[in-house]
Design a protein around this ligand. Sequence first.
Ligand SMILES: Nc1ncnc2c1ncn2[C@@H]1O[C@H](COP(=O)(O)OP(=O)(O)OP(=O)(O)O)[C@@H](O)[C@H]1O
Ligand SMILES: [Mg+2]
Length: 452
Amino acid sequence: MQDLSPKEIVKELDRYIIGQDKAKKAVSIALRNRIRRQRLAEELREEVSPKNIIMIGPTGVGKTEIARRLSNLADVPFLKIEATKFTEVGYVGRDVESMVRDLTNMTVNLVKQEAMKKIEKEAIYLAEQKIMDILLPMPKTKRIKKVEEGDMDLQEIEKVRNSREKLFEKLRQGKLENRMIEIDVKDASMPMFEIFAGSGMEGLDMGLSDALSTMLPQKLKKRKVSIVEARRILISEESQKLIDMEEVLKDAINRIENQGIIFLDELDKVVSIGARSGGPDVSREGVQRDLLPIVEGTVVNTRYGPVKTNHILFIAAGTFHDAKPSDMIPELQGRFPIRVELSSLTKDDFIQILTEPQNAIIKQYVALLETEGVDLRFQENAIHEIASIASTVNDSTENIGARRLHTIIEKVVEDISFETPPRKGVVVIDAEYVQSRLRDIIKNEDLSRYIL
Ligand SMILES: Nc1ncnc2c1ncn2[C@@H]1O[C@H](COP(=O)(O)OP(=O)(O)OP(=O)(O)O)[C@@H](O)[C@H]1O
Ligand SMILES: [Mg+2]
């Protein structure tokens, strides 16, 4: 994925998101610029700062969806977080730096998984050898020394070795999975350290439980487990020993600092309308002020060491319906030089959204009912009808974008869903059926406000 050109990135996004070309383009360029930057000479590389983006557009037009798809697409550390999660330091809530810590935890885990993949075979082998030692231990070395006295023991060793080979073969073939054996496991229960987690004190507990767990003696506990379970436990133990954690951390932090992306959703929710509503909202502006150093570049202490944020790319999104980007504190405005607008969705967009994306809603319903032997067929005129109703309801009540399609289609297939099973066979949905399901609701605006 590292090698996708901006055009190819847009093409990938096109598979899931209809329209919104400007946003896709901006995002793809920003992504590619990270790769370009990595190829620069060292001094220049430090100078090139990421061009952070704000995506502005009404609700339900694909802002969050673009971020979601991007994270799957780009093989880089990616964190999506709502700006509303944060409050100013001192208020109740998470402090802003925690997003960098979250990204770090995520990336370290990811890189560790990668490293585990590489040593997987070796770990499995070592784990299975350990299981073999429990199932059928080799004779003690003491007896091997006796070999000189006669070849009885030698034969015995040879015999054990042979049966071990046979048993190992069985183990490999998964024929012993349910046999119970006793293994030593580390006693990992230290619940008291979990209390800190999630209480907004990440800064405090950082590394504390790690430090304590290495200080306290590791207790070993005997446990009777099936071989399946034993293999799982032993593989994980062996992997821990094989992995070079220092290397993993170095790699993870390097990736975060140079390729990391943080998607700040709902940014407009921490922007107050300022003077227009009688004085700025202290706590919201506080969040912006706290965001500033991170976006600008600072060092955040994480449990895995300091992480520089200078080159992390920030993509923000928001409706900016009430508050405008110009209502943000000026310093923060300056840190988001690229603004892209996403447009409202039209009836034609809806038709495409219903049918075209890889995960299109219609495809989802068809697949769901197919599992029960119903062959659901949407006629073209039915799809047009659904799109047109969505468009009308969006205009007459509130515009919630493509989300409207979900509520409408749910209503359309409600009865069919309910009657399946035992219903089987072909079910055709045409425009008339769609109308018959929705006519009464649409006629009554109040009703549609509640139901659709
Ligand atoms: N352009 C689009 N193409 C395909 N599907 C879309 C598009 N826009 C929205 N959708 C669908 O609508 C749903 C809502 O979209 P999304 O979460 O991206 O809204 P949003 O722009 O982030 O809105 P909000 O400002 O309310 O967060 C998504 O699950 C997605 O399936
Ligand atoms: Mg959203």
